[in-house]
Design a protein around this ligand. Structure first.
Ligand code: AMP
Ligand code: ZN
Length: 493
């Protein structure tokens, strides 16, 4: 269903600093690129927040009936320490430290990333390309930028000429910076720097002999600069100009600013119609960050094994906690905040459980249709999930009143209410009913135990046809029985 035709979605575009009506370049289709993780360590909960914000946005677009191509990359090369052009590659440094291959580092933390996202009920993106898989595309873009006069080669490295670019284009338009101020605020180039200006950034870096991650290029063996991979992969899969580019606020400068410069300097086109930036998760009022150690890992929340936590929290509670804040607001993580979210989460789940049990009557005191539109209005206002959640609690309030017999609801409204709650909570916010999942697994255990009992009975009656049938049909359902000396156990395949 093309629900988007009836909804007036607005998104906050960082490029204009305003909320703008959302109109995709090709009707009914959306191309969305989100910068993925640099896979040199486990993702922390801050990284998860940014990816979760875009997962919610992806889910809402899909719900509205758009055909979405969502590209989220894996940075597995080229990201140097401190986001600068000097220093070591983050992945190569970790590989040296752990005495393993860089690609082992990449594999280990890519697997961790995927497992974590699965735990938090993320939808997979449409394409998940890697930087190392797109070296040729990156080299092609560098050649175009050099041909257009916006980059220069020196000693086997290639740098983007920011001053030259700014003569005809606007470097700083996304982050609201002026090149003159940047120049005034930077110190002289360090003696070993070969760049013409401190603002110039690397497109290609020459690999020193000890550097393991290296590729041949027209300028000699080397590796690409970090900003270039996103330009190469977004252009390849979404075109020279696409609808949405997302990432954390901290990527606005220099990363996204440089992406714009690279595209304009190569294709001559502005790459993105709407730039969306998700805000930071903080801990103790400070940004969670891999490098400072001020962070908490998803696994620590799930097990409760961190000093700031009084207990463990389920992935659904954490997701609910994240969704209670608008994606452009800073969110501070604390035990108190998680405890409050946990209470809210269970209140919402109870409300949802209760809808199906409501008695119905001839009329409704709760105007479900206008409430439903308020849920959409919240999401249409730049994905305002906290307002949506307050609307969901408004419904819970009425559900409880109907349950107590103080209000009534018609059968049709009850069905609409139930479907809407499910759509917004599960499908759009991606929040699962953990208690229901646990209940289901307990029910399953009970049923299998019952069948094991019946099979034992059949076996003692020498009715092997029945006992084999039970075993074989359970296998067909993915349940394996194992007979041991202490009785029969089962496992799920
Ligand atoms: P990285 O792997 O460091 O490139 O980060 C992956 C994503 O996580 C980027 O979009 C960052 O902007 C985002 N990010 C990093 N730290 C935080 C944080 N504390 N809160 C929210 N997002 C973050
Ligand atoms: Zn990027």
């Amino acid at each position: 269903m093309q629900l988007y035709k009836n909804q007036q979605l607005k998104v906050h575009n960082s490029l204009s600093g305003k909320k703008e009506p959302f109109e995709p370049i090709n009707e009914g289709h959306i191309g969305m690129y989100v910068c993925g993780p640099t896979v040199y360590s486990n993702v922390h909960l801050g990284n998860c927040r940014t990816f979760m914000s875009f997962d919610m946005i992806f889910r809402y677009f899909k719900h509205l009936g758009y055909k979405v191509r969502y590209v989220r990359n894996i940075t597995d090369a080229g990201h140097l320490e401190n986001d600068a052009d000097e220093g070591e590659d983050k992945i190569a440094k970790k590989a040296k430290l752990e005495q393993i291959e860089p690609m082992e580092v990449v594999q280990r933390y890519t697997v961790d990333f995927h497992n974590t996202l699965q735990q938090f009920n993320f939808l997979p993106p449409s394409i998940e390309p890697t930087a190392t898989g797109h070296i040729i595309e990156q080299i092609e873009i560098i050649k175009e930028i050099i041909d257009n006069g916006f980059a220069y080669e020196i000693n086997g490295s290639v740098y983007f000429d920011v001053i030259k670019f700014n003569e005809t284009n606007d470097y700083g338009k996304l982050s609201g910076r002026k090149l003159e101020d940047m120049i005034a605020n930077t110190r002289e180039l360090t003696a070993q720097s070969e760049k013409r200006n401190p603002q110039d950034f690397a497109l290609w870096k020459k690999a020193e002999p000890q550097h393991i991650m290296r590729w041949p290029s027209p300028w000699g063996d080397g590796f690409p600069g970090w900003h270039l991979e996103c330009t190469a992969m977004s252009t390849k899969y979404l075109g020279e100009t696409f609808d949405i580019h997302g990432g954390g606020m901290d990527l606005k400068f220099p990363h996204h600013e440089c992406e714009i410069a690279q595209s304009e300097a190569s294709s001559g086109k502005s790459p993105v119609k709407y730039w969306l930036h998700a805000n930071m998760l903080t801990l103790n009022g400070k940004k969670m960050s891999k490098s400072t150690g001020n962070n908490i890992y998803p696994s620590e929340i799930i097990t409760g094994e961190n000093d700031i936590l009084s207990k463990a929290y389920s992935a659904s509670v954490v997701r609910f906690f994240m969704m209670q804040a608008h994606y452009t607001s800073i969110l501070d993580l604390s035990d108190e905040a998680l405890l409050a979210s946990e209470k809210g989460y269970y209140r919402l789940m109870d409300g949802m459980d209760n809808v199906s049990k409501l008695n119905t009557g001839a009329s409704s005191d709760f105007d479900v249709k206008s409430w439903l539109q308020k849920c959409y209005d919240a999401m249409n206002d730049d994905f305002n999930t906290p307002i949506l959640i307050s609307q969901l609690f408004e419904a819970v309030k009425h559900i409880n009143l109907i349950k107590e017999g103080k209000e009534s609801i018609t059968e049709a409204d009850k069905t609409l209410l139930q479907n809407t709650m499910t759509t917004f909570v599960h499908e759009i916010l991606g929040i699962e009913n953990q208690a229901a999942a646990e209940d289901n697994s307990q029910t399953l255990s009970g049923v299998v135990e019952l069948l094991i009992g019946l099979r034992n009975e059949a076996r003692s009656n020498k009715d092997f046809a029945t006992s084999d049938k039970i075993r074989d049909e359970l296998i067909a359902l993915g349940i394996q029985l194992k007979d041991g000396k202490d009785g029969t156990t089962f496992s799920l395949k």
